[in-house]
Design a protein around this ligand. Structure first.
Ligand SMILES: Nc1ncnc2c1ncn2[C@@H]1O[C@H](COP(=O)(O)OP(=O)(O)OP(=O)(O)O)[C@@H](O)[C@H]1O
Ligand SMILES: [Mg+2]
Length: 511
């Protein structure tokens, strides 16, 4: 690609890199996950780390964090060679991690969380607490972020959890921050806040490794990008020297179709498949009514806390309805329990795949077969061979990258775990499929595959409800969008009445 000299130089590369990883290799058993990978981050640089699901990004960063040991290779921090044998060693060397599955304790305050492990012991918990609050306030002031250090973490939204995680790393004097898909659970304006913070940290000389599957984010905040493919370096470039198309092709290995909405023929007299009538449950679902037709895709849009996930949980029988009813084919159905919902041919792909979608210690195969067991058991005997065949066909159909389907699903990369959740529910052949953030964490190739899959399901005469905080994604598939706010449907918009992402965002924010 183009000459590096020609590009503007926001990064001082004559300096010794803050992080330098050379020829890093790592295998789990016989599965080689990293094969001689080079990676470096300059001081004050935001360096994006990209690649398909299972390419080795998280593994490389877990080595830098001292979670995994490398099989071979060298790590230098500010030019000095280091050997990390624990997270503690990495922390002491200034490596901080913003955990995706947050490491905070919800019942404690923000300040207590930040100083939980580093807090100097002094006499009297009262004084110590006050000190922690003062110190936390200083950290937030430096970050220019408005959070009450005395607030209980459990009372704050996810966006604040993340800011607290960052503050925690800063309080521990991190000079390098690793962010692994930090925006996966953030609303648009919260992500914007995070990007502004990243800009300030960078200006303060902090180096940031930014793992993301979202190209527009990478272009917005990163100076350089390194792409891994199958555990090897594919390229490292300044973002000024590489086009989004080149990056996507590098990640996916081929060109992909865009996310443009494809108008579908919904002119035929539509049959009503599902009706929600006055659904109420707690404060987050208040008198919600809508109809869903065969072959239709409805998008649910709303801010964090608007009740989207809670509505999905009601429909699937996880949360109990206080009033209202759900009808399928005009018949009232009992959704007092997910098993009843499955019988009525509903399926829910939950937002939090690790906690709700998978049994992490069970094998990939068993996870795939879990909702299908009834089907296989039909002949009373559980046919092992048949189950294996079915699971393997799902693995193939969804291109799940798995070395051995008999090993625990927890060992798969994040995106591949998501594929397992989707595959497992589609195996039940539902009529109505509810998908909560279906593409969170999946790579861009898989993402377009999933969106195409959603369209195909509708074509086949199924109906889909999609919850997503990514407006582009909602606009790519939805025939109608319901805007939720404070647990109620504020507005219902036909796809052709939504001009673009910005107008959808305005509708969601009610401005
Ligand atoms: N502890 C482990 N034991 C065995 N295999 C593992 C372990 N951790 C990761 N792997 C394997 O290493 C490969 C790379 O996984 P990694 O999590 O680094 O991918 P990734 O690039 O972060 O992908 P994603 O975008 O899906 O998060 C995967 O095939 C995964 O199954
Ligand atoms: Mg990962």
């Amino acid at each position: 690609m183009t000459d590096v000299q020609a590009a503007p130089a926001p990064v001082d590369e004559t300096d010794v890199p803050a992080v330098e990883m050379r020829e890093i290799s790592k295998a789990f058993d016989s599965n080689v996950v990293l094969a001689g990978v080079d990676f470096e981050v300059a001081r004050g640089e935001v360096h994006a780390l990209a690649g398909g699901n299972g390419a080795g990004k998280s593994t490389l960063m877990k080595i830098l964090q001292g979670v995994y040991s490398k099989d071979s290779g060298v790590i230098r921090i500010n030019g000095r060679e280091v050997e990390f044998s624990s997270i503690h060693d990495a922390k002491a060397a200034g490596i901080g991690m913003v955990f995706q599955e947050f490491s905070l304790v919800p019942s404690l305050t923000v300040a207590q969380n930040i100083y939980l492990t580093t807090e100097p012991l002094s006499n009297g918990i009262f004084i110590r607490d006050r000190e922690a609050v003062d110190k936390a306030r200083e950290v937030f002031q430096q970050m220019e972020v408005d959070i009450d250090p005395g607030a209980r973490v459990g009372d704050l939204g996810t966006a604040y959890w993340q800011l607290t995680e960052i503050a925690k790393a800063m309080a521990q004097d991190a000079r390098v921050l690793i962010m692994d898909e930090p925006t996966a659970s953030l609303a648009k304006h919260e992500a914007d806040q995070l990007f502004e913070l990243v800009g300030r940290l960078k200006a303060g000389g902090i180096s940031i490794v930014y793992i993301s599957h979202r190209m527009e984010e990478v272009y917005r905040i990163a100076d350089r990008i390194t792409i891994l493919r199958d555990g090897k370096n594919l390229l490292t470039e300044r973002l000024t020297d590489v086009t989004p198309e080149q990056i996507v092709e590098g990640i996916v290995g081929q060109q992909i179709e865009g996310m443009a909405y494809q108008e579908r023929d919904t002119s035929a007299e539509p049959e009503i498949l599902l009706e929600a009538d006055g659904l109420t449950a707690g404060s987050r679902v208040q008198n919600v009514s809508f109809t869903l037709h065969r072959g239709e895709i409805i998008g649910l849009a709303g801010l964090m806390g608007s009740g989207r996930t809670e509505l999905a949980r009601c429909l699937f029988g996880i949360d109990k309805l206080e009033s209202g009813e759900i009808r399928m084919h005009g018949q009232r159905i009992d959704v007092s329990d997910p098993r009843e919902a499955i019988k009525a041919r509903l399926a829910l792909i939950p937002e939090d795949r690790r906690a709700q979608g998978l049994v992490l210690e069970h094998s990939v195969r068993d996870n795939l077969l879990l909702p299908l067991l009834r089907k296989i058991e039909r002949g009373l005997l559980i046919d092992d061979g048949k189950g294996k065949e079915l699971a393997d066909s799902l693995i193939q159909r969804f291109a799940v990258k798995v070395a051995n389907p008999a090993r625990p699903v927890r060992l798969l990369s994040g995106g591949n775990q998501q594929k397992v959740v989707i595959a497992k529910w589609l195996g039940t052949e539902p009529e109505v499929l509810i998908m909560d953030e279906p593409t969170a964490g999946v790579d861009i190739g898989t993402k377009t595959e999933i969106l195409t899959m959603i369209r195909n399901l509708a074509e086949e005469g199924k109906a889909v409800i999609v919850i997503s905080s990514e407006y582009a994604e909602l606009l790519a598939v939805s025939d109608r969008v319901l805007i939720l706010r404070d647990g109620t449907v504020q507005q219902e918009l036909a796809r052709q009445d939504i001009a673009d992402e910005e107008s959808l965002q305005h509708a969601v924010q009610g401005v």
